[in-house]
Ligand binder design. Structure first.
Ligand SMILES: *Cc1c(COP(=O)(O)O)cnc(C)c1O
Length: 369
């Protein structure tokens, strides 16, 4: 059986360094915050080309803390409208709702699966104050034009870069385009921890400081809690693991791009539509390789019969979930079609060429009955 994602194989490649990192933390006596966390925050800020990075407990917290900090600083008011793609993981929406803001979901571009500046511009209302730009599947979302639009319209641009660690355009990485960005280091992400972990990066010192304070019980100094904060901190063990894995990220992303190109060239099946690739390809780090087919259920069965795992990102959009019963009144035909048709093939830097060929052969011989 070839699983959709083999995390054991992924981490086995750096097993020795990971064990060394764990030993370093165990022997240090510092398990929350401390030197490892500080070092990783600096290394990751540097990697992304931003000034500030703050570790958090996970990616959802990173997103929520950005919005809560913006409210706390008076840059957003409760009830303000935040635009967000309709075809994203539920966390993007939850971060907006949990901060007391109003998510407004938009259909994406059908070729990139991401929002575009044009789509955002058409959707603006007098209540729109911010954009949560998701770089879905690892691909930067029309960043130059959206950044320009946000500036022109005085909207706050926040990036959900949970799937796009290392994607870059013109030398600017995911996470460096907006006022702030949230990353997740959930084990399956391109830069994955061995547990939950997340990060807020920002160019704005006030915002970064407010996030750090909110994430640590609203504490400005020991015993002083000037804000009603939360507990969402990056622990030293995960930081130490992530420092090891960050050294491998660029190589892994290049491998993912290579494997995605291999799929792109070798898959040939009239019932299957492959994703379009951006130019330059550096904009896409292929967290997910999602194809489209009106015969998804049959293709899923076929792959299972051939011993191949697959994923769906995502079969139910947030507005179709029971947790969001009255999110939208406008039609979202692209999102709903993608929710029905998308299927994600295995793609990870630990995959062998033999495994890749097995997937390609299986996909190429698929016929809906
Ligand atoms: C993974 C993910 C998140 C949430 O990250 P967690 O660490 O699981 O909380 C948020 N947004 C997107 C787009 C994601 O893929």
């Amino acid at each position: 059986m070839l699983p959709f994602l083999d995390l054991k194989a992924t981490n086995a490649r750096q097993r020795t360094q990971l064990l060394e990192a764990a030993a370093r933390v165990i022997d240090s006596g510092h398990y929350i915050g401390g030197q490892e966390v500080e070092a990783f925050e600096n290394e990751f800020a540097n990697y992304c080309g931003v000034d500030y990075a703050t570790g958090t407990g996970n990616g959802l917290d990173a997103l929520q803390l950005i919005f809560k900090a913006l409210i706390s600083l008076g840059q957003l008011q409760p009830g303000d409208e935040v635009l967000v793609p309709a075809n994203t993981f539920i966390a993007s929406l939850l971060s907006i709702s949990h901060a007391g803001l109003k998510p407004r979901v938009l259909d994406p571009n059908p070729d990139t699966f991401n929002l575009t500046a044009e789509g955002i511009k058409k959707a603006l209302t007098p209540n729109t104050r911010a954009i949560l730009l998701v770089h879905l599947y690892g691909q930067l979302a029309d960043v130059q034009a959206v950044q320009a639009l946000a500036k022109q319209q005085q909207l706050i641009l926040i990036e959900d870069a949970a799937q796009a660690q290392g994607a870059h355009l013109n030398g600017h990485k995911a996470g460096s385009w907006g006022l702030a960005a949230a990353f997740s280091f959930y084990p399956g992400k391109n830069l994955g921890a061995l547990g939950d972990a997340g990060m807020v990066v920002s160019k704005d010192r006030h915002l970064a400081e407010r996030v750090r304070q909110l994430a640590n019980y609203g504490s400005s100094a020991k015993y002083q809690h000037s804000l009603q904060g939360y507990n969402s901190r990056l622990d030293a063990l995960q930081a130490a693991f992530l420092r090891v894995k960050l050294t491998q990220l660029d190589e892994d992303n290049a491998l993912r791009q290579h494997l995605a190109c291999y799929y792109h060239q070798a898959i040939d099946n009239p019932y299957i539509h492959l994703p379009k690739f951006p130019d330059p390809l550096t904009q896409h780090v292929f967290h997910i390789y999602a194809l489209c087919t009106p015969y998804r259920k049959a293709l899923g069965h076929h792959l299972t019969n051939q011993g191949i795992g697959y994923g769906m990102h995502y079969p139910l959009a947030p507005h179709q979930q029971a947790s969001y019963p009255s999110l939208q009144t406008e039609p979202l035909p692209i999102t709903e079609r993608l929710a029905q048709q998308q299927l994600s093939l295995p793609l990870s830097p630990a995959m062998t060429e033999q495994q890749l060929k097995k997937v390609i052969e299986a996909v190429n011989c698929f016929k809906p009955s």
